[in-house]
Ligand binder design. Structure first.
Ligand code: MEV
Length: 310
C-alpha cells in the first residue's frame, strides 16, 4: 500500500502580508490529511476527510483542479486504473491549510506508488503547483508547512526563485482553533485584498510597517517561549487584519470569547472573513477552559499544539 501525509497549519504572523513578500511565521499542527493509493479496475478518487459543513461542496471545483494538476504531473488520466483515497484527522475548514495538506499527501503517495524518489523540495514544488491550480496565486506558506512540518519562518521570493524557509526552534504550546463555520475561498479574499491595497496605498504601507515590527517581536517571543508577549502580538496582528478588511463580526466576537476565558492572545488565521480563530492557551488547563467557553456557545473547537515537530 502506498500512502502519504500532509500536515495542516496555522499562521501565527503574516496572513496576507506574505503574499507581498513579507516574512511570515507558521506552524504545522498535529492534524494531517492522509492519502492511500491502491490498484483498481478504473480511476477513483474518494474524499473521506472530515470537513466543516458545506466545505467540500464549496471547494468541489478547487479540489478537482488540484487533482488534475497532480494527475498531470504523474501522467495519469481518467483511464488510469488506480484508486486514490484521502482521509486523516485534519478537519477541513478555511484557514487550516486543508487544500495544501491534501495536495502534499497525494503528491507523497503518488511519489511512493510510482517510485519517483522525489525529495521534499520537489514534493513541495508539486504541492505548490496543485495549490495554485486549485486556489489561484498563493504564497507557498501552506504547502511548505504541509510538507515539512514544524515551525517555520517563510518569505516568498517575488521574483519566482526559491522561497526563504527557516526552521524556528520553539517550545511547544497548547492552542485552541475555534471554527467560525464560515468557508471562504482564498483566491477571492486575496484578490479583494489586492484591490483594497491598490485603492488604499498609503494605508496599506502603514499596515505593512506595523506588521514588520510585530513579526520581529513575534519571532523573538517564540524563540524565548514568552507566551504573554506572543499573545499580545497576536492580538495586535488581529487588529491589523481587521483594518485590512479580512476579519468579520463572527471572528471578532470569537476573539472576545477567547480573551475573556483567559487566552493569552487570539487572532484569525489564514484567509479570514471566516475560517478559524487561533487562540494561544499555554497549559492544558487554560486550553480546556478556552475550548469550553466556545463550546458553551455552540462553537466547535480543536485542541492541538504549535511547535510540534513532524
Ligand atoms: C492562506 O492560508 C494564507 C494567505 O496569506 C494566502 C497565502 O499566503 O497564499 C491569506
Amino acid at each position: 500500500m502506498n500512502s502519504g501525509k500532509g500536515f495542516g497549519k496555522t499562521i501565527l504572523f503574516g496572513d496576507h502580508f506574505v503574499v507581498y513578500g513579507h516574512p511570515g511565521i507558521a506552524s504545522a499542527i498535529n492534524d494531517y490529511a492522509e492519502t492511500v493509493i491502491e490498484d483498481s479496475d478504473k480511476f477513483e478518487f474518494i474524499d473521506n476527510r472530515p470537513a466543516t459543513q458545506g466545505y467540500k461542496e464549496k471547494k468541489k471545483n478547487e479540489i478537482q483542479r488540484q487533482l488534475n494538476s497532480l494527475m498531470n504531473f504523474f501522467e495519469l488520466n481518467e483511464n488510469s486504473k488506480i484508486k486514490i483515497t484521502v482521509s486523516g484527522n485534519l478537519k477541513c475548514a478555511s484557514g487550516v491549510g486543508a487544500s495544501a495538506a491534501l495536495a502534499a499527501s497525494i503528491a507523497r503517495a503518488l511519489n511512493e506508488k510510482f517510485k519517483k524518489n522525489f525529495d521534499d523540495e520537489k514534493i513541495n514544488e508539486i504541492a505548490f503547483k496543485a495549490e495554485e491550480a486549485g486556489s489561484g496565486p498563493a504564497s507557498g506558506i501552506d504547502n511548505t508547512c504541509a510538507v515539512y512540518g514544524g515551525m517555520i519562518s517563510f518569505t516568498k521570493n517575488l521574483e519566482g526563485g526559491k522561497n526563504k524557509i527557516e526552521l524556528i526552534e520553539s517550545k511547544e504550546c497548547e492552542i485552541v482553533l475555534a471554527n467560525s463555520g464560515i468557508t471562504q475561498e482564498t483566491k477571492v479574499v486575496v484578490g479583494e485584498v489586492k484591490k483594497w491595497k491598490e485603492s488604499h496605498p498609503e494605508k496599506f504601507s502603514e499596515l505593512e510597517k506595523k506588521y514588520l515590527k510585530i513579526y520581529e517581536k513575534g519571532l523573538n517571543a517564540l524563540k524565548e517561549g514568552n507566551w504573554k508577549e506572543l499573545g499580545k502580538l497576536m492580538n495586535e496582528k488581529h487588529e491589523l487584519l481587521k483594518q485590512l478588511t479580512v476579519s468579520c463580526d463572527k471572528l471578532n466576537e470569537m476573539q472576545k470569547i477567547a480573551l475573556n476565558a483567559g487566552a493569552f492572545g487570539a487572532k484569525l488565521t489564514g484567509t479570514g472573513r471566516g475560517g478559524l480563530l487561533l487562540c494561544l492557551t499555554p497549559g492544558k488547563e487554560l486550553q480546556e477552559k478556552t475550548a469550553k467557553a466556545f463550546e458553551e456557545k455552540g462553537i466547535e473547537t480543536r485542541k492541538t499544539k504549535i511547535g510540534v515537530k513532524a
